[in-house]
Design a protein around this ligand. Structure first.
Ligand code: BG6
Length: 515
């Protein structure tokens, strides 16, 4: 691993192209449902701008925004421009921006009105005529989840779920379902209209460079795979800590909670990529077959085990980043008697030959001490310590730490001799940091995912059977928590490392890594 900002021989011989290379994409029309919503403004439109900036959009690219607000084309274009200027990772170039927004259409209307779909169809046909060829169609559902089945079925009714001589795809944002039963129902509703190969279920963590690097680390290096099993690994910790509260999202968050919001999707995806078997190829279905297999090997806790294998908690008042913040129960829009968790910790087991007996601990929470998403793989201690009594105090089991964000990178802790006349040892870190090794900013997750959906590459999207396997693990916990209406919900001070109760989840002398 090298982190110095100097070009290696490889870089000199093969100038690295960071960012999204210009992969050919067929002419495409992208229709965003919920185009005036928060996600569209903060993530989707800025991602589209950055794709345009890099020349990564198809040469012929048409954009339609659909939402309930009564805007004219121009009013919407102005809104989109403002959002891009505010949220884009690079300062927009006005020519590129004009090119992207100049022709953008906006169609106001309710998602259940046939008229809207008639208008969408008419506009898409106009694009096809202008291009003298049918454009691929991507419908992006960035709406409240209750509209997902409505939009899918209306697209089907309007004859928009397929197109002769061009591909039609549907991208569905999270949350995909609310529990196991609703996810099964939503899957069935969507698959009544679209074929699985047309459906792209988003989990934006899969679009993050560092999450994809997990696969590179495991499958492009001979170093790690031999120890990647129960013989060498003591336990795994996956942390997704946030230093923000629920913002203005009480309406959504009250019904979701930390388990649905982060564990069921993002954290379980990290777990799947970390523990899956090497796929025979990086073909979308080969990768997803392996993820599915490992998810199915995770035994969902039985109702009787939930108390011993999980912890839920809520943030109380405290100080985060030097600022006083209120507790969850005092947040605007939150029921003062709410039992919704803002923190969740779990102990899971992957029951297969590779992982049997290796506990995997997950924790996530809002208003914690700092924002960090990381995976820590702790190896077993060395079998025999020859330095006993003469300096083994600092000998710690090796850890492989994958930091997803911030300070993206990988570090490996090693025991090293402290310089001096005696044999004393302490842990040191061997580090690779994205920032210094690649000297370029990584694309945002949504840039990669939008591009992949347009290219029809589903590797970084969740397949229908996978989403069901994910819910099957989480559902028993949701049900047990729902059934328990009396035990007090532990509180943790905002700005802290979480509730003390989470420490008891770790067996033996294992400790959570410091936040
Ligand atoms: C979203 C959750 O899916 O992920 C949010 O709904 C959370 O509550 C966010 O804050 C975290 O994403 P990121 O990319 O900031 O780690």
């Amino acid at each position: 691993m090298q982190s110095a900002a100097v070009a290696t021989d490889f870089e000199q011989d093969n100038p690295l192209i960071a960012g999204l290379e210009r992969l050919p994409v067929r002419p495409t029309a992208l229709v965003i449902f919920g185009a005036t919503g928060d996600l569209s403004h903060r993530k989707l439109l800025p991602a589209l701008y950055n794709l345009a900036h890099e020349g990564a959009l198809p040469e012929r690219f048409e954009l339609i925004g659909v939402s309930r607000s009564e805007f004219s084309h121009d009013e919407f274009r102005n809104e989109a421009r403002e959002s891009i200027e505010r949220f884009s990772r690079r300062r927009p170039d006005q020519n590129v921006l004009n090119g992207l927004l100049g022709e953008m259409r906006y169609l106001p209307g309710s998602f259940d009105s046939d008229e809207v779909y008639g208008e969408i169809g008419k506009t898409l046909r106009e694009f096809d005529e202008r291009a003298s060829e049918p454009l691929n169609r991507v419908f992006y559902l960035s709406t409240a989840p209750q509209f997902f089945p409505v939009i899918a079925s209306k697209l089907g009714d309007a004859g928009l779920s397929e197109c002769e001589r061009a591909e039609t795809r549907i991208v569905i944002e999270k949350p995909f379902g609310y529990d196991l039963a609703s996810a099964q129902q939503l899957n069935a509703q969507v698959l009544e209209v679209f074929d699985e190969s047309q459906v792209f279920r988003i989990d934006h963590y899969l679009g993050k460079e560092t999450v994809q690097n997990l696969m590179a680390l495991r499958f492009a290096n001979a170093l790690f795979e031999p120890v990647w099993n129960r013989n060498f690994i003591d336990h795994v910790q996956i942390t997704a800590a946030e230093d923000i509260g629920i913002g203005g999202r009480a309406g959504y968050y009250e019904g979701a909670g930390a388990l649905r919001d982060l564990v069921q999707n993002h954290m379980m995806q990290l777990l799947a990529l970390l523990t899956m078997e090497p796929p025979s190829s990086f073909d979308a279905d080969r990768v997803r077959d392996e993820k599915l297999k490992v998810l199915e090997a995770i035994v969902p806790p039985s109702p009787g085990d939930v108390a011993a294998m999980t912890v839920r908690a809520q943030y109380g008042p405290g100080t985060v980043g030097g600022k006083r913040v209120t507790g969850y129960l005092e947040e605007e829009g939150v029921d003062p008697h709410s039992r919704t968790e803002t923190y969740a910790a779990l102990k899971l087991h992957v029951s297969n030959w590779r992982w049997a007996g290796v506990p995997v601990y997950l924790r996530t929470g809002k208003q914690l001490a700092r924002k960090v998403t990381e995976i820590v793989v702790t190896l077993k201690p060395v079998p025999h310590l020859a330095f006993k009594n003469i300096g083994s105090v600092g000998v710690q089991p090796n850890q492989i730490i994958l930091t997803v964000q911030p300070d993206e990178g990988v570090s490996v802790s090693l025991g090293a001799k402290i310089p001096g006349a005696t044999m004393r040892i302490r842990p040191v870190n061997m580090e690779f940091r994205y920032g210094t090794s690649f000297l370029s900013e990584s694309p945002e997750a949504y840039e990669r995912l939008i591009l992949d959906a347009m290219r029809g590459d589903a590797t970084l999207f969740t397949r229908g059977d996978e989403i069901i396997a994910l819910w099957a693990i989480i559902d028993p916990i949701l049900q047990a928590w729902k059934a328990d209406t009396t035990s007090p919900i532990p509180q943790y001070a905002a700005g802290s490392a979480g509730p003390a109760e989470a420490d008891a989840l770790l067996d033996g002398d294992r400790r959570w890594r410091r936040l």
